[in-house]
Write a protein that binds this ligand. Sequence first.
Ligand SMILES: Nc1nc2c(c(=O)[nH]1)N[C@H]1C(S)=C(S)[C@@H](COP(=O)(O)O)O[C@H]1N2
Ligand SMILES: [Mo]
Length: 196
Amino acid sequence: MSAWSLTLALALALAKILKRAQSFTHRRRDWWLRFFFIVLMGGLATNAYSATPVPSQETPSQDHSLILQITHHQHQQWLSLADIETLPLYDVELKHPEGLEGRFTGVWLNVFTAQQGIPEDTRIRLIAHDNYTIFLSHAERKERRYFMVTRFNGLPIERQQMGPLLLIVPADAEGVLEGTLPLTRWIWAIREIRYQ
Ligand SMILES: Nc1nc2c(c(=O)[nH]1)N[C@H]1C(S)=C(S)[C@@H](COP(=O)(O)O)O[C@H]1N2
Ligand SMILES: [Mo]
């Protein structure tokens, strides 16, 4: 549920109460408000899982321990949480299919790869600590907005908890939970990104 819709709902509820107090004779107007309120509540209910990242209030990490390897041919580079969090941070509330439910903070993958100088039209490969690996083609990266998570409920994520980095697709959160969209790209415990 987004903050603005909640504010709107509260404002409307307040308006409704005020109107009521004002006069019992204006029943028609009351019906209008009631109708509007029901429509709004319906909107909120269906909106509940359309997870959309919003700018985060989190202070960028100062942790400089190296957690992510970027490999390009023979060239290797290591990045820390502090390095990754120099990019604009976003928050998204969702339930991860593996069970974690709450606020995920991170950066957009396409913004990260652009900052790293990884060409947009290359296929990238992500490798996890358990050696699970996925490829994201140019087409796939254009089709969906991947989000790289650096924190859960404001804190860095432990290795046992899918950390230090995990990939999610906020727009797919609902479908993935329902089982109508695949989870294969939701790689967690990311340790390396490679590209040719
Ligand atoms: N690091 C890591 N991420 C991963 C996986 C994994 O084994 N390791 N499995 C992927 C696959 S194929 C699916 S369907 C989901 C769920 O995997 P699971 O059924 O093995 O829990 O997580 C995805 N992300
Ligand atoms: Mo899977």
